[in-house]
Design a protein around this ligand. Structure first.
Ligand code: ADP
Ligand code: ZN
Length: 747
């Protein structure tokens, strides 16, 4: 048994201070893309020079993970054996602004920093050394003409390649108009020689002088102001508030041009993937090349090259969904949030953040301008502009003298559709006139499928999703009932599942499929296009449909919100809103605001070019302030009234809200945690805790859900209070506690 005080021990302890100095463990705190409390510490091996932001590989348990050096130095944590950083990844380091942004978002949303980092490292494959591409050239110095038995196809390839840069086999086949087999044959015969190339920059170079629009005086003034904001190289926030069709996009492209002239990068956030093909077209027209598109439906290869080209500064303009905020821009100089009022900027799952608000934060951290664009700015932005925190630019008129459409209400109490029909006489007449005149009409209904509810005539049973608090929606084309919340689907039954009666089930209410059926009966000759996420999957299908509409290959478009936003349809002269009341129920804080914004946006599709447009909104609540404001074109008065109500109620944007959502498969466990949360709720005058209450969606995907709503004064720092309160709770593993700061959904 070794004794403790051997001479060797003594010698070693004597040597220790010196050793410690020489071998002072260099420490790196590495943040991992996992929902952990904070960074983990690793030692830095000899010969590896690290700086904050470096992207490194580290061991964790049996795994190897990619993380980011968050800081260097400090004391090694007690009681754990330090592992060592394995190596540095061959990518540019994560910039300081993005790292601060990750920390900021985590602190604000009460998420683990690693969970936020995961959004910034969303493409692990991009971190590897990029694969080279093998391209081919004709073998140098060979006289092809003298080759015996050279087939005409092979000869054509060799002639085509003369003076060309190296091309991939697919490109060669395309250029020479031969099959892939011919190219392969030439490679095998060693008449083409390989060259290894690094992947090319995506797309062409955007040229700020490719075209220059002639602006109206209002547009000119707005463009100048935005250009100045870019040239200032400092944080600023500007609301670009202009009526639909006023040229907002055209104007903000000037700010983009200013950045391109200075060699920086731009991020344009759009609320809907469906809008990206249209953006590609707008950018290409103005700058002669397409921007990089970023959203969740890209292929892995597209994500990999895209991420890398943003990190290396080769992609100068990114148009993307909210997740693009977390891209590792090399030199971001401007952020534009198009349709900034859209609720779809809010992410509900995982890290609950609002892309619009976080865009402002990222601009602030990076000392760059942000532009919030809308025809109906959110009340949050209105209050910020009124208070002088944001600048405001206004475009009051449509471009080229186009008139704003005439909006009228169809009071369904007076003009009631026939039984099992959903279009009033007024709307049917308008449709017939429009189509007869050779113009286009659009019917808007934000309900997918055939009917939102299926009811048994015999027993009154309503068919509900077994996993959610929701009716099943009939999709007649597919002959199925479907849950729009969890994806559950079942064949349309022939008998009532409750009483067993045959042929007793009836469809209640309209969806776009049912309206399409009604239009087909009304106008059998008309070419009808139904657009919803069921018929159009993905941006390409939507772009194709939009092309057909623009080429006037369709007479009547029937669509959900998919068609409502942002599109420019020059031949569209009639917009009919089938059910204007859809969004008004439910007591949601923003129900009125959102309905107004949505219907205003839909109405804005009409009459954008030479022919004047008109809009008919069918409603059972023709006296509702939202309907009155739409009909009278009194946007600002409506906003003013809404703001007064919010102020009186202490609601956002004048007060602060946070929601807690407690959910789990076991209702008792959920209720148990709710009781503990309620018992430990802070007793402070500035904060009101409402709940627990069953969520309106009390069952979702088989999970029982309860909600708390926490209300505080605007200046009150809710996060520290929530962190202390909720951090002290022991949350069982079968229950999830989600925190939603500034909630948009109250389901
Ligand atoms: P908004 O974004 O405000 O809805 P857009 O920028 O889409 O408006 O403009 C509406 C239409 O008018 C587009 O087709 C656009 O190209 C065109 N337009 C706007 N301003 C100009 C201009 N100054 N010169 C030429 N076309 C313009
Ligand atoms: Zn369901």
């Amino acid at each position: 048994m070794p004794s403790r005080n051997t001479p060797q021990d003594a010698a070693q302890s004597l040597l220790l201070p010196e050793l410690a100095q020489k071998d002072a463990v260099r420490l790196a705190a590495v943040l991992l893309p996992l929902p952990l409390a904070g960074p983990y510490h690793y030692s830095v091996p000899e010969g590896l020079d690290l700086a904050p932001g470096d992207i490194v590989e580290v061991p964790l348990g049996q795994r190897r993970l990619i993380g980011v050096v968050w800081s260097l130095g400090g004391e090694p944590p007690q009681g754990t054996k330090l592992k060592s950083v394995l190596g540095l990844m061959p990518v540019p380091p994560m910039g300081e602004v993005l790292r601060r942004f990750v920390d900021w978002v985590a602190a604000y949303t009460l998420s683990a920093p690693g969970a936020v980092l995961r959004m910034a490292l969303s493409v692990p494959a991009a971190l590897e050394e990029p694969k080279t591409v093998t391209a081919y050239l004709p073998v140098e110095g060979m006289d092809f003409e003298s080759l015996p038995r050279l087939t005409p196809a092979r000869a054509r390839v060799l002639r085509t390649l003369e003076g060309m840069p190296p091309l991939t086999p697919a490109e060669i086949a395309r250029e020479a108009g031969v099959s892939a087999g011919v190219v392969r044959g030439l490679i095998d015969a060693r008449l083409l020689q390989p060259v290894e190339l690094s992947p090319r920059a995506l797309g062409g170079r955007l040229d700020p002088t490719f075209t220059t629009p002639g602006f109206s005086p209002d547009q000119q003034a707005a463009a100048k102001l935005l250009r100045r904001a870019v040239a200032a190289h400092a944080y600023s926030a500007t609301v670009l508030d202009g009526v639909t069709g006023s040229g907002k996009t055209e104007v903000y492209l000037e700010a983009v041009a200013e950045v391109l002239e200075g060699e920086g990068q731009v991020l344009v956030l759009v609320p809907e993937i469906a809008l990206t093909p249209q953006m590609t077209e707008r950018f290409s027209r103005r700058f002669g090349a397409a921007p990089l598109i970023w959203h969740s439906e890209l292929t892995q290869a597209q994500r990999r090259t895209g991420w890398r080209s943003v990190a290396e500064g080769r992609s100068r303009v990114v148009v993307g969904a909210r997740s693009a905020l977390f891209l590792p821009f090399a030199d971001l100089r401007l952020i534009i949030v198009d349709e900034e009022h859209e609720a779809s900027f809010k992410q509900e799952d995982g890290v609950a953040y609002n892309g619009r608000d976080m865009a402002v934060v990222r601009a602030h951290l990076g000392a760059i301008p942000v532009v919030l664009v809308s025809a109906t700015p959110s009340l949050e932005s209105v209050v910020n502009a009124d208070g002088g925190r944001y600048a405001r630019v206004h475009l009051p008129e449509r471009h080229g003298g186009a008139e704003l459409p005439e909006i009228s209400l169809v009071d369904l109490r007076a003009d009631k559709p026939e039984r099992h029909q959903f279009l009033s006489t007024a709307l049917r007449d308008a449709l017939k006139e429009t189509v007869a005149a050779g113009d286009q009409a659009m019917l808007f209904l934000n309900r997918r499928g055939y009917a939102p509810l299926t009811l048994c005539r015999a027993c009154g049973h309503r068919i509900q999703c077994p996993h959610c608090t929701a009716w099943l929606v009939e999709h007649r084309f597919r002959k199925r009932l479907q849950c729009h919340h969890c994806g559950y689907s079942t064949p349309l039954p022939e008998h009532c599942p409750s009483c067993g009666e045959a042929d007793s089930l009836v469809a209640c209410g309209p969806g776009v499929e049912r309206v399409a059926e009604e239009v087909a009966a009304l106008l059998p000759e008309a070419r009808v296009l139904e657009m919803s996420s069921d018929t159009m999957t993905g941006p390409t299908a939507i772009a194709e449909a939009v092309g057909r509409i623009r080429r006037q290959e369709t007479d009547v478009i029937i669509g959900t919100q998919l068609v409502a936003k942002g599109h420019h349809f020059p031949h569209l002269t009639l917009v009919g809103v089938v059910d204007g009341d859809v969004g008004l129920g439910g007591g949601d804080l923003r129900a009125a605001e959102r309905t107004y914004q949505m219907l205003h946006q839909v109405a804005g599709r009409a009459g954008r070019a030479h022919k004047p447009g008109r809009v008919l909104i069918q409603t059972w609540q023709a006296d509702h302030p939202v309907m009155q404001a739409l009909a009278d074109g009194e946007r600002d008065e409506f906003v003013e009234r809404e703001l007064q109500e919010r102020q009186q109620a202490g609601m956002p944007p004048y007060g602060r809200l946070a929601a807690l959502i407690i959910s789990g498969p076991d209702a008792d466990a959920v209720d148990n945690l709710c009781r503990r949360i309620a018992r430990s709720a802070p007793q402070i005058a500035e904060v009101r805790v409402l709940g627990p209450a069953p969520a309106p969606m009390a069952l979702l995907r088989g999970r029982h859900r309860r909600r708390f709503l926490i209300k505080a004064a605007k200046g009150f720092a809710l996060q520290p209070l929530l962190r202390d309160w909720l951090g002290a709770l022991d949350v069982p593993s079968n229950v999830r506690l989600q925190v939603d700061i500034d909630p948009y959904s109250f389901l």
